[in-house]
Ligand binder design. Structure first.
Ligand code: PEP
Ligand code: MG
Length: 840
């Protein structure tokens, strides 16, 4: 075994790697070694060798010893951001150097001021065939002092096959992805270390190519040697087992921004990004997919005149209170007639309307002598400006909700009626911006929506998606210049508007519209057939129901049962609890409409955001963490017993299964089972009734194996599971827009739930909104979910999606999704998977 001593390349304080303030170095992702906090300004060679790598930004250098060991020295932390300022190289790539030769001079003062740290790691980047000993302990060293000993291990006989070793490339399976680098400092040491770590974990061989040169993605120095900078186009090439997944996982990592940029940077070069825009086309952001061909109408709203001077404090205060009460009633009445996101958005508006800061600011304005309208408008606009200026695009999108409330309250204060527009069927509406209440009022018959401003997570965008209205946002001012009455193509799928389409473009768009309609019709035609994956695995596709009238249409859409009956519909907005007979009547009607298909009745999930006046519940500071879900039933046992009796009265009782909401402790399941068993005895029911749980808390997900001893099935409520995992209130519009059930943390909990359930032979389903998302379905199947309970309207689409999938592809895909760093990465991965695996 040959050995050489690596000498200290700098004078300074020796620091163990764990103390380096960067997890990539501290975690030894770049290699083993030690660091020095320098006091001098020149880096020297720690040993003789050849310079094989010198970063373009001159802050990192790699020397290869005669035995082939590669030593990387990285001056300071985050110094790549200096783009070479303060560094002078004294050698070039290919130069031979002797130990102690000066390599790089640097401006230590500048580094101390500008870099996050000057501590300099000295690392053996690939330990294959080498080992380090005698690493100097923390303390002072001078240049040339022994720092550590590098040993070259004798070549060993060929080892037995080891699946951790670099796999032999199976050249028959190759996946290639091209992308443009969006990392602000290119692939410097830190991203290179993360890429290499990922590559070491994949069984495929990953290579990165740039300008005809290539490097193994496992080799740090190889990657650094490619000098990949911001904007460079590179290819990721994977060969061998799971090649496509490996390539996609690496691309997803690169596209995530790798924490290098303040915001995630999406850099994948999709074919559509490189395709030049058709002549005159405008680009926008897709808020709701689809394609529309139609005549343009512009949506115009004029700002109302509001007097500044008030008519006296008491008069203005009373006018404000009256208008506020009237608006509350208007919103409540309107939301009672709506379902889904439209209703949720109005409920959020009710919350905003009671914002104490807005009230305080308005009252202060009134006290200064302003009119109620002027004070309200000022309060709203100040708040909206704060949201817009905060730099958070999603919060800025919430400003539209405030402006909506401004307009509605002013209309009530000033006695003006808000204008109501009726547009001819198929109109493509263009608006500078559109408020949620406008869209609720005018959406009927619209063919598409094109908004100059806005963002894809604004409430208008969410509403448009729930209405299946093809919508583009952020199209820019050019949209406003499209003449009224023009016939245009709005292609939300590709994110473009064609303001002056020619005959061929119109014909193409119409053909695409027809194809999409055909696909929907095909899905519907197949909807009544039991659902299996392409390789024959049975997946039950059920529907979520929230009222008896929804059951028959759900069956017509192919629902194979009801996977979640939200029984709250019977309990909310009334002064007394429904009787056993009332409840039984509804449950029976639903069971009958399902014509023998399974009916999973979720016990009352009340409390939190769903209060009931007849339940004495003390005010709670954190209702989402308080008395809600099954905790209410266990605190009000008469309510629980009545509901169980009503369910047990359904005939045939074998059609019903009972599901418990918001389980977090095994005692809750045991308590309900005791009551259920007692009631069955009392009623002389001998048929076993399945008692399952909803997995909606991280506690239930991580203990799914033990809960599965007590529960007959598990159904994941991804809406609540996401809110509790990400600690983001699903009813708070300020944060709810960032809730995404495809966040890797949620996926890992789903994975744990499926595994936990399987240890006891229990099935796991999903009844939260992920089950209605075709992008999520392949991942859910890959994680082991066998039942999906979706919104009734999407059941045909979900069934068609399942039929296109094979379990093997889903499992590989799910593995890649679990390894992603963010929901954005997972969505990007899922879109690529869908494009490859699910026929258009
Ligand atoms: C869920 O939390 O995912 C769920 C299905 O329950 P709900 O949306 O009714 O709270
Ligand atoms: Mg829930």
């Amino acid at each position: 075994m040959a050995s050489i001593i690596l000498a200290a390349p700098l004078e300074g304080w020796v620091t163990p790697l764990e103390a380096v303030p960067d997890p990539v170095f501290a975690g030894r992702m770049m290699g083993d070694g030690v660091a020095i906090d320098p006091t001098g300004d020149t880096l020297h060679a720690p040993c003789a060798g050849r310079i094989i790598g010198l970063q373009a930004s001159r802050h990192a250098i790699t020397i290869e010893t005669d035995d082939g060991a590669q030593i990387l020295i990285h001056i300071g932390i985050d110094t790549v951001a200096l783009n070479g300022t303060g560094f002078t190289t004294l050698v070039a790539v290919g130069d031979r150097v002797a130990a102690g030769d000066a390599l790089i001079r640097f401006d230590l003062d500048l580094l101390v001021r500008e870099a996050s740290a000057v501590v300099t790691p000295i690392l053996l980047t690939d330990a294959t065939g080498f080992t380090l000993t005698d690493i100097a302990p923390a303390g002072w060293v001078k240049i040339g002092a022994p720092l550590m000993t590098l040993h070259t291990l004798a070549a060993e006989p060929a080892p037995a096959p080891d699946h951790n070793a670099t796999p032999q490339a199976d050249t028959t399976t190759t996946a290639r992805r091209t992308l443009r680098i969006g990392l602000p400092h290119g692939i410097h040491a830190r991203p290179a270390a993360r890429i290499a770590a990922l590559a070491r974990e994949t069984r495929a061989t990953l290579t990165i190519e740039k300008d005809g040169r290539s490097a193994s993605a496992r080799s740090l120095t190889g990657l650094l040697g490619l000098s990949i900078a911001l904007g460079d186009e590179i290819a990721v090439v994977a060969q061998g087992e799971d090649a496509a997944t490996a390539a996609d996982t690496l691309v997803t990592l690169l596209a995530s921004g790798m924490n290098e940029a303040p915001d995630p940077v999406v850099t994948v070069v999709q074919p559509e990004d490189t395709t030049p825009l058709p002549d005159g086309a405008l680009r926008g952001v897709c808020a709701a997919p689809g394609l529309a061909v139609g005549l343009v109408r512009h949506h115009q709203v004029s700002d109302v005149e509001v007097p500044r001077e008030g008519r006296g404090e008491a008069t203005e205060r009373s006018a404000f209170d009256t208008a506020l009460a009237a608006l509350r009633t208007d919103i409540a009445t309107q939301s009672a007639t709506l379902k889904g996101p439209a209703r949720e958005i109005l409920v959020a508006h009710e919350g905003l309307l009671d914002d104490p800061d807005l009230h305080a600011a308005t009252e202060a304005g009134i006290a200064r002598g302003e009119s109620a309208g002027f004070a309200w408008r000022t309060a709203i606009r100040t708040q909206a400006d704060i949201l817009r200026a905060g730099g958070n695009a999603r919060l800025a999108e919430r400003a539209g909700d405030l402006l909506d409330l401004e307009r509605r309250l002013l209309a009530l204060l000033l006695g003006s009626t808000s204008e109501r527009h009726v547009y001819p069927a198929g109109t493509i509406l263009i608006a500078d911006d559109l408020l949620p209440s406008d869209l609720i009022a005018i959406a009927d018959g619209l063919g598409g929506l094109c908004i100059a401003r806005g963002g894809p997570t604004s409430h208008v965008a969410i509403l448009a998606a729930s209405m299946a209205l093809p919508t583009l946002v952020a199209v820019g001012d050019a949209a406003l210049a499209i003449p009224e009455g023009a016939r245009i193509v709005l292609d939300a799928n590709s994110g473009i508007v064609l303001p002056t389409p020619d005959a061929r473009q119109i014909a193409d768009a119409e053909a695409e519209q027809a194809a999409a309609a055909r696909k929907r019709a095909e899905a519907l035609a197949q909807a009544s057939i039991a659902c299996h994956t392409a390789d024959g695995v049975r997946i039950e596709v059920f529907a979520n129901l929230g009222a008896a009238v929804e059951a028959a249409p759900a069956v017509a859409n192919g629902a194979e049962g009801c996977g979640l009956l939200r029984t709250e519909f019977l309990f909310l907005e009334r002064d007394t609890a429904p009787t056993v007979a009332e409840q039984h009547h509804e449950y029976q009607a639903i069971a009958d409409a399902l014509e023998g298909r399974p009916l999973i009745v979720r016990l009352l999930d009340i409390g939190g955001d769903k209060p009931a006046p007849y339940l004495a519940m003390a005010p709670e500071e954190n209702p989402a963490l308080g008395l809600r879900g099954i905790r209410v039933g266990l605190a009000h046992t008469a309510l629980l017993e009545d509901q169980l009796r009503a369910i047990l009265a359904v005939t045939p009782i074998g059609q019903c299964r009972i599901m418990l909401p918001m389980i977090s402790r095994v005692e809750e399941v045991r308590s309900v089972r005791l009551v259920l068993d007692r009631l069955r005895d009392e009623l002389g029911i001998t048929t076993a009734i399945e008692l399952g749980i909803m997995v909606e808390t991280p506690a239930a997900a991580v203990t799914a194996d033990t809960l599965a001893r007590e529960a007959d099935f598990l159904s994941i409520g991804t809406n609540d599971l996401t809110q509790y995992t990400l600690a983001m209130d699903r009813a708070n519009p300020a944060v709810a827009s960032a809730l995404d059930g495809l966040h890797p943390s949620v996926l890992r909990l789903i994975d744990q739930t499926c595994r936990g359930g399987a240890t006891r032979g229990r099935w796991t389903g999903v009844c939260g909104s992920l089950a209605s998302d075709p992008l999520a379905v392949p991942i859910l199947l890959g994680l082991g979910v066998t039942e999906l309970s979706a919104a009734p309207g999407v059941v045909p689409t979900i069934k068609a999606c399942v039929r296109a999938l094979t379990m093997e592809a889903c499992r590989d895909h799910a593995r890649a999704a679990l390894a992603c760093a963010s929901a954005t990465e997972v969505r990007a991965l899922a879109r690529r998977f869908a494009a490859q695996e699910i026929p258009a």
